[in-house]
Design a protein around this ligand. Structure first.
Ligand code: HEC
Length: 174
């Protein structure tokens, strides 16, 4: 008699567990919403333990023992400016073979109106001011950078195109 009731109880408990599991799976897997709101804004917050100082701010007295990592966005480095803004189309060495332009021409049939090869004689005839003109105005698929870069950054980048990529002065390639 004892055994049968405990078996019955066991059965009920197991049923309960399996129904809960099925319900959780059904609601949790529905797409695009969180019916059970366990994620509420968690991903926007830093997480601290109680009485723990914020981990992201460094005490003023801290002494770095290794070189601070360079920010991913900085504007005093001509090579970086070129690599970030131009190389996806014009290629790292300026030959017009960047992957973005490559897919524009091969996948979408774009035909450049002048050669995108920045080391061509045509591009060499532009000079620093001419290259900067292209950066300011853009042309067809090439965007205008006038609102994206400062005057100084555009000059730095134009100088890099001419003196590093075209004339190949090692000191201009930094
Ligand atoms: C979205 C791709 C793209 C980006 C980004 C881009 N360009 Fe261009 N650029 C082109 C294409 C394509 C041409 C050829 C003209 C055309 O069809 O638009 C061109 C033309 C030029 C020319 C004239 C070349 C010649 O033969 O006279 C210069 C100079 C130039 N780009 C410099 C730059 C510089 C510097 C940057 C970065 C600040 C840059 N471009 C960013 C696609 C791009």
């Amino acid at each position: 008699m004892m055994r049968i009731t405990s078996l019955k109880r066991m059965k009920t408990i197991l049923m309960g567990i399996s129904i809960t599991t099925v319900l959780l799976a059904a609601t949790g897997c529905s797409q695009g919403s969180y019916p059970i709101d366990i994620f509420y804004e968690m991903h926007y917050q830093d997480s601290y333990k109680s009485h723990e100082p914020p981990r992201l701010s460094v005490p003023d007295s801290a002494v770095p023992w290794y070189d601070a990592p360079k920010a991913t966005s900085f504007t005093d480095d001509a090579k970086h400016m070129y690599d970030v803004n131009c190389s996806m189309c014009h290629g790292v060495s300026g030959q017009g073979d960047g992957p973005v332009l490559d897919s524009m021409t091969s996948k979408y049939g774009y035909q450049p109106v002048v050669t995108p090869d920045l080391t061509s004689d045509q591009a060499k005839s532009l000079g620093v001011a001419g290259v900067q003109g292209f950066i300011v105005n853009g042309l067809q698929v090439m965007p205008s950078f006038a609102k994206l870069m400062t005057e100084e950054e555009m000059a730095l980048t134009a100088n890099y195109v001419v003196n590093c990529l075209q004339v190949q002065q090692p000191e201009a390639c930094k």
